[in-house]
Ligand binder design. Sequence first.
Ligand code: NAI
Length: 214
Amino acid sequence: MNKIENEKISIAVIKRLPRYYRYLGDLLEHGITRISSNDLSRRMNVTASQIRQDLNKFGCFGQRGYGYNVEMLYEEIKKILGLDKEYSLIIIGAGNLGQALANYGNFKKRGFNFIGAFDNNPDIIGNMAGDVIIDDVANLENFLRNNKVDIAVLSIPKNNAPQISPILVENGVKGIWNFSHIDLHTPDNVIVENVHLTDSVMTLSYKLSELENQ
Ligand code: NAI
């Protein structure tokens, strides 16, 4: 099954994996233990050949007349996505977005555990964000020295983010989930994943205007 160790999967395939993972999880919840690429294709609205191509890339070959073993596939994708591990997260900026993320229960189910939240607004410090008490960002460095933090969520205004990212890097944070609209300059061993929700709504707007032009 593990062809992946000596072959890199393209980022385009990796970006499709969470969707497979979600669908397979739903199938398992409904007691469905095997599925053909055609059936998965109908459910996911992706061509069966795309599914076969994607899944073959990491060695998950469906068997003719049997299809895919849903649980095996689910577990394999889970490993590839690193979801078989637990991650500790902190939030920097516990405003609207930070609060929404901290309160979203699904992260915990997936192994992403919020262990801290920081803000610089005295009116917010001391309140709750999800299960944690919002601390003063002045205590961030100290917190990082005493707690292993895998991922920092940056949900602060873009002008403030460049001051925070070196503190994260210097104190061993290896993953930054960056919602601030600014490109951060970090060493190669720190992974920054930028999120722009507006990209998604722009894609929607493009598709709507295409529809109107038909
Ligand atoms: P907000 O104003 O509700 O929250 C920002 C929070 O950051 C405030 O509580 C503020 O006190 C805190 N803050 C500011 N500077 C700080 C610092 N140096 N250290 C710690 N805390 C600090 O704003 P909202 O709506 O939560 O958005 C946060 C940021 O995320 C904004 O820059 C916004 O543009 C961006 N954003 C990005 C999205 C995306 O898809 N990438 C979607 C929504 C917002």
